[in-house]
Every structure is written in C-alpha cells, then in structure tokens.
Design a binder for this molecule. Structure first.
Ligand code: ATP
Ligand code: MG
Length: 357
C-alpha cells in the first residue's frame, strides 16, 4: 500500500478549523479505498507561534517539509500582527522556498450555489486561472528613500525574467492542452506596461508554437474583467502575471459564489519540492471558533492535492461528495445562507465518500 506523507499547517483563525476537517476527508478516503494511506505531520506555525518565538516558522522549517508529498495549508493572518509578517514569514516563505511558481485556481459554479454570475443569466463557467507566483509585480524589488522629507519616493519594480515568464506560460499551455476545450487566454497589459509585458507577449507566441493544438488569444487585463462577467463561456484556461491574476482570481471566486468555496494550489510543476494546497479565504477571525467556517474550499483543495499526487479516482470521489453537499441547502454554512456547521458539512462529505463505492 502506498503511503503519502502530508504536512498540515492550519495557521491562524478558521485555518485551525478547516485544515483538521480536510485531514478527516483524506482519512475517510484512505479507509474507503484501501490503496493508499496518509502519514500526517502537523505544524503549529502561526500568529500564536510568532508571539512565542518572534517568527512565524522556525528558520529551518522548510527542511521539515522538504520530504513531504504535499502540504495542506489553512491561512496566515492575525489582527494583531502586520500582514507583511504573517504573509512573508510563512506562506510566501514556503511558496518561494519551494519555488512553487504556478498558482492554480479552478473556478466553477458548484450545484446549489447562488452565484452572482448566475443572477446575470450565465452559469456557464469552467475556468482555471494560472497565476505567476514567483516574480513580476510582487518580486520585492524596489525601495523607499527620503522618508519624512518632501522628496520622499518609493518604487516597486515589476521584474520579469525570461525564464520566469517562459516556465509559467509553458505550464499554462500544457494545462490548457490537457483540458477538453484546449483553450488558453493570455492576459497582458502590454499597451501600457511596455517592457515586461511586451516580452511576456513575445514569449507566449514562442511557446505557442510547441502547442499547435491549443487555441489561444490575448486579452488586456482591464478588458478581461468585463469579459469574465459578460462572456464567461469564451474562457477556459487563463494565465496572467502575479498581480493581474491575483485580482482576476478574486473576481472569479466572487462570480462563482462564496469566498469559502474557492481552492488553490501552489505548484512546483517540476516536482523538486512539495506543492501546497489551501483554501483562498483568509483567517476570518470574525467567525473563528464558532463552527461557522465553510470547509468546502479546503475540501476542494484536498481534491487538487489528490490530483497532484496522481490519485485521479480519489480526487473525483471527493469532488462528487463536495457537489452533493453544495447541492443540499440543508448542508450550507452561514456564508451560503444556511445554518449547517463545519462539523456537519465535514461529516456529510466523509459519509458520501464512504457510501460512494
Ligand atoms: P485575512 O486577513 O487572513 O485575509 P480576513 O479576516 O480578511 O482574513 P477573509 O478570509 O479574507 O478574512 O474573509 C473575509 C470574510 O469572509 C470573513 O470575515 C468571513 O466572514 C468570510 N469568510 C471567509 N472565509 C470563510 C469561510 N470559509 N466560511 C465562512 N465565511 C468565510
Ligand atoms: Mg482577507
């Protein structure tokens, strides 16, 4: 029997509720299937850890994760600790340390979800957004000078390397090729960002030659926001830079329903290091500890984790269970207008998995 080594990092707020729920789903799968098992190791890196140790995670923390097959992450964020510490000290440290340069966000309107886009008359939405996750606008290059003086100035350099652009575009073309419609939209802003984005466009055209069966087009990021609302069915796989895709994927999550549902994977496509899967929502301290957190985003992330491990049948089984839960209003948490608790939804998903043979 195969054993997968999974690191769990609940982090802060409702991360502490949804990650254990995700672990339960993996355990339910293992006992239903008999072809693999999981060995979990939990890490308490978080805002609480910071208050005690002055860091979000130990300096050699990455070494403890290095030999895992995947990481299930909750959320990093604490009302009493500045975002740059919680974010850069934990989540981004892992993303960068393990060169998880592809951030992947599937977006679909699940059965039973009252999504805003459905109210506009369209439920025809099945996207995967690929976000460049290592450089671009968030490269960290820049500086601030003359603080407190009239000539104070600051820059954030959007640095794009040829290697970085090519590898994310190649990943996106490959992903588009693996999907039924073989359709890719490359998002740019090359009319205004006249250096890096023009290079990005040029590299996209070069990479496209290796994927003759993929139909692709280019869209400016501003026009893209309108197209996502007005013509969602014209889109399938979408690739964009770090900042652009950050914005587009929040829009996508909102169009498809609740923040509590959307998943994401931070992927090292070369599989040199473990990849990390997490719900896109934050720590949501306002509802923490009350059993109100919607665990579906975490379950969907678990599904992506299984796909990444190559366990396609198990992944499909989780997705079927998720869709049965979302289809039933009695199993909706408060963010979806229902009154089910985190524990009730988790139990239902585990039961569906057990019954789905
Ligand atoms: P962070 O600072 O870590 O981003 P946050 O407090 O901004 O955390 P978000 O997760 O970004 O919280 O979400 C904003 C609001 O959406 C929350 O305050 C919460 O009410 C709601 N929300 C987010 N995720 C969930 C979820 N899984 N289930 C139910 N409600 C959620
Ligand atoms: Mg937030």
């Amino acid at each position: 029997m195969k054993t997968y080594r999974i690191a769990t990092i609940p982090g802060d707020g409702i991360g502490k509720e949804v990650v254990p729920a995700g672990q339960k789903v993996l355990e339910a799968l293992a006992s239903a299937g008999n072809t693999f098992r999981f060995e979990f190791e939990n890490f308490d890196w978080s805002g609480d850890y910071y208050r005690e140790h002055g860091v979000m995670m130990p300096d050699d923390g990455l070494n403890a994760l290095r030999d895992k097959d995947a990481i299930l992450f909750g959320s990093a964020g604490d009302p009493d600790i500045p975002d740059h510490i919680t974010l850069w000290g934990l989540r981004l440290k892992i993303c960068q340390g393990f060169d998880q340069y592809a951030n992947v966000r599937p977006t679909r309107i699940l059965p039973g979800i009252d999504a805003p886009l459905k109210r506009c008359g369209s439920a025809d939405l099945n996207w995967v957004i690929v976000r460049e996750n290592s450089e671009g606008e968030y490269s960290g290059v820049g500086g601030r000078v003359h603080q407190g003086h009239p000539i104070e100035a600051a820059t954030d350099v959007s640095m794009m390397t040829r290697v970085g652009a090519e590898r994310i575009l190649r990943f996106a073309f490959k992903l588009a090729q693996s999907r039924p419609r073989k359709l890719l939209t490359v998002v740019t802003k090359s009319n205004a960002q006249r250096h890096a984005m023009v290079m990005w466009d040029q590299i996209a055209a070069e990479v496209a030659r290796d994927f003759p069966d993929v139909t692709w087009d280019k869209e400016l990021v501003d026009a893209m926001t309108a197209r996502m609302v007005n013509k969602p069915a014209t889109l399938d796989t979408i690739v964009a830079t770090n900042l652009h895709a950050d914005i587009l994927s929040d829009l996508a999550a909102a169009l498809a329903g609740s923040l509590g549902i959307a998943p994401t994977g931070n992927i090292d496509p070369e599989r040199r290091y473990p990849s990390m899967f997490e719900p896109i929502h934050g720590s949501a301290f306002d509802i923490m500890g009350q059993g109100l957190a919607n665990p579906v985003g975490t379950f969907w992330s678990v599904m992506m984790l299984l796909e990444h491990l190559g366990e396609a049948a198990a992944a499909a089984r989780v997705m079927r269970a998720i869709e049965r839960v979302t289809a039933d209003p009695a199993l909706h948490t408060r963010d979806l207008g229902g009154s089910a608790t985190t524990a009730e939804v988790t139990r239902a998903v585990c039961d569906f998995i057990a019954a789905d043979r």
